[in-house]
Design a protein around this ligand. Sequence first.
Ligand SMILES: N[C@@H](CCC[C@H](N)C(=O)O)C(=O)O
Length: 325
Amino acid sequence: MYGAVPGRTARPGAALSPATYLRRVMTDFFKYQALGNDYVVIDPRSTGLPVTPETVRLVCDRHFGIGADGVVHGPLADPRPGVPVPLALFNSDGSVCGRSGNGLRMFALHLADRDAGSWATGEPFTLRTTAGDSPVRILDRAAGTVQVGLGRPVFEAAALPLLNEDGTPAEGSTLSVPLTVGEQKLTVTALDNGNPHTVVPVDEPTPELARDLGPRIAGHARFPHRTNVQFLRVVSRGVLEIEVYERGAGYALASGSSACAAASAARQLGLCDERVEVRMPGGSVTVTLAADGSVTLTGEVRQVATGDFAPALRALLDRTPEAAR
Ligand SMILES: N[C@@H](CCC[C@H](N)C(=O)O)C(=O)O
């Protein structure tokens, strides 16, 4: 019998069958999705693939690679109970992002799937990204219900950052601020919850609107770091509906930090209660907005596939400029 899986086991020293051990340890990638927002997890304990902007773009390519909205690279240190587990998040265009409500929940499930142990017991643990620490919990492993805390959003221009029309740094609140996009005069609410978001209240969010106006806001000159964009309809004080255009990934069927951003903006504008259902094309999540402003996201996450890169793809991944260095 094989020994404990590096990092975690169901019980310290528990043995695994050879097939299970190899499947868990010698796999190139683990793919997950949260309401259709899909990520590929690259675990350095299983593969030596260099994770660079170039390899991320190829892995995420839906024709020449595995296909995904982004990549989660981790754990970047040996996971130990009670110690924040570091990881890196990438959008499909290869850009790094500070936080991903869905990506963090998928990685939490990956730790439980691959390593079991305390990751799978429902006890909270902490994941660490460039945007800080995020508490996660697997509430129901069978149903794939995973929760993440995204902290308190910031509605300040300097946090985004947001510029004035003349290019100078804007200051103050970002609640209901004017934004001119081509011929359109919009009133938007911008915020940072570990990544930048711009919430646009509309009568009817549609995929067409998100695909047309989304990129023009996401890349607007007033957002030097670009921004994620949500088109928001308030159905009731307990139900929001959004369409999402993501910075670095484009139109998305769902987005965790976007759902939290839309709920936080609606709450700040007095349009929703402290617990809301956020409906997206891929499905619904629950966002809880605590009195101290902290935001918690709960929803379904599922594993899609695990597998190995075919030799031809692996050769391309190993030949990317950064990998060749
Ligand atoms: N899909 C993610 C957000 C991914 C990061 C975002 N595109 C950014 O660049 O900030 C989520 O579920 O939060």
